[in-house]
Design a protein around this ligand. Structure first.
Ligand SMILES: [Zn+2]
Length: 263
């Protein structure tokens, strides 16, 4: 609860709404250049720039309640605005985004998100052969393969391999537990930085090429179910996600059947 006398005098339902707006505004004001919405009749709370497109944003504490208002937005979507409902949990301050203007799944009507899928090169290890943009439904796992780009770029797991090598080198020296912890912490920090930077650059290049916002960047990963027969399945390991994309680690999509070497 915020410690503001006037704010605390508001009826409880609207004060929760204002608190949600303030939490969202505070977290994203710089990233999305947020300003209070000028009244153009659509009853949104804030305006800004998301994915470099003008965005109208409705902040709520309950997605399901606001979803019903979707038809109100459609005339503005045609005029070039993008529309987002943001659900804020006032307790955890967690924000979930619902892009109303995204294409919808034919089966469940949930938004379809663009995944950049890094296809491993046939002969160059830790490198892509091409990358593709795949539209995925997170709800029913339906997908549409949209475009392929011939593009050789390092795979995420390749960076992981380098760090493992670095860790092996450290382990071969005589170090105290404390020194080891410090070094592995700094290595994983560096690894996170490489993932973020690589994901940022791949997603922004492909976004320009494909002219649509990118939610995820991932690559295939083999998941063994039986270590003796080496049977298993391949899914997409999500390494990078956009701020507004739902939080997930894997997508049940793989191109061209099984991939034996996940790197
Ligand atoms: Zn669906």
């Amino acid at each position: 609860m915020l410690d503001l006398p006037l704010y605390n005098m508001l009826p409880r339902t609207s004060s929760i709404g204002i608190e949600a707006e303030l939490i969202f505004y505070d977290e994203y004001k710089d990233l999305y250049k947020l300003v209070p919405s000028l009244d153009c009749g659509d009853k949104t709370d804030l305006s800004g720039l998301i994915n470099d497109k003008p965005a109208r944003i409705d902040v709520t504490t309950n997605f399901d309640f606001k979803k019903e208002k979707k038809p109100d937005y459609e005339q503005y979507i045609i005029q070039g605005w993008t529309f987002w409902i943001v659900e804020v949990n006032p307790k955890t301050k967690e924000c979930r985004f619902l892009p109303l203007h995204f294409p919808r799944c034919n089966f469940c009507e949930e938004p379809l998100y663009n995944l950049v899928y890094l296809e491993p090169h046939n002969s160059i290890p830790y490198s892509t052969e091409y990358v593709s943009v795949v539209q995925v439904c997170l709800q029913c796992e339906d997908y549409n393969e949209l475009s392929d780009y011939n593009w050789v770029t390092p795979m995420f797991a390749g960076f992981g391999f380098l760090y493992e090598y670095e860790l092996d080198l450290i382990n071969s020296r005589t170090l105290s537990k404390e020194e080891e912890n410090l070094i592995s912490k700094s290595i994983s920090k560096e690894w996170e930085k490489v993932i973020t930077e690589t994901g940022n650059s791949i997603s922004s290049l492909i976004r320009k090429e494909h002219n649509a916002p990118i939610a995820y960047v991932g690559q295939p990963e083999f998941v063994p179910l039986d270590y003796k027969t080496l049977e298993g399945y391949t899914h997409t390991n999500v390494y990078w996600k956009n701020h507004w994309a739902p939080d997930i680690d894997e997508i049940q999509y793989c191109s061209g059947g099984d991939v034996t070497d996940p790197r």
